[in-house]
Write a protein that binds this ligand. Sequence first.
Ligand code: ADP
Length: 385
Amino acid sequence: VSRSRPYPVARLGIVGGGQLARMIVPEAARLGCETTVLDPTPESPGGVLAHRQLVGALDDAEALRALVEASDVTTFEIETVDTAILLELEAQGHRIVPSPSLLAVVQDKLLQKEKLHAAGIPTSPFQAVDAPDARTLADFGLPLVQKARRGGYDGRGVAVFKDVVVEERVLPVPSLVERFVDYRCELAVLVARGGGGEVRAWPAVEMVFDERANVLDLLLAPARIDAREAEEAHRVAVAAVEALDGVGVFGVELFLTRGGEVLVNEIAPRVHNSGHWTIEACRTNQFEQHVRAVVGLPLGEPLQHSAAAMVNLLGAEDAHGGVAIEGLDEALRQPGVAVHLYGKREVRPFRKMGHVTVTAEDRETAMALARAVSECVAIRGTEGA
Ligand code: ADP
């Protein structure tokens, strides 16, 4: 059935103006959508590209109201938003996708795991701990991982205890504890789901942890797993997003155990760092797909046409002040190297300043070049330590 669409096709609101918004905005524009970004910092990475930016805190009720009123549909690039305000705005008839009630579940690691578990999704065995102490954790048995239900404590949300529970390392906040997984590798599957329930997923990717210091997290697409494992990763990730009744793009982080089992670690209710490679290597990238899903357009074909490897460009460990990019010219001289800079004017140690995706005919070539690039590119600060 042919239907007619208005122009703009939709006015899209985005909560958060960071790098994810920066990559959503051009895809939305290409599909005929106008974007408004809400972010506390004027000229945010996404805000400078958007049709307009509202300056306001992400928990400011008036700012959120202004955003949803300026938009036909509002989505997120960050999940730590005040869901109470959003639930109220949704109840008043504003379209917010994915739904604030889904967000409320995902924000709380315990609620998220309970929901997945109830739907029969495989996860590491877990238990709620309201007031954690060494004794309670030891009773659960080692090795274990303690996770703060929300936000974390002193910037720490996860504590691993392998053979002894040290009281000082116990996070003193409502938590869950789960069995430590002796995994063969960490995988991620990006899943897109439309409002009508149609689902598309990209091939599973693998996080490679490199001994060499300056290669932090290298991502390989597709993962080095066999066909049965890939099929299982796909099945579990899709089932997880269906269990949440999610609409939009979701990053599903998975463990592949040494026994070949796939377990869900956690779900990000938004486009995800592990899907940036889809820009260069797939027919439809995660950002375009997210716009399609939340606006109500048909989903695109996620087909991967090139092998890819991705590395994040993080601020150097002593970087402060303005940005000094080393090695950019050398990186850009290499065929197949796509550099993305996020437009952040201030660098801090380990701040995500950009990423590089390398596409090649095969995965090993892409991986070797990505390593070389990440060794030659450094984001330093103009102020030093
Ligand atoms: P965050 O929200 O900080 O990303 P995660 O739950 O993803 O927290 O945990 C961070 C990292 O800790 C994971 O990427 C993984 O390497 C490790 N981890 C988390 N849970 C487990 C587990 N049950 N067993 C082993 N390692 C884990």
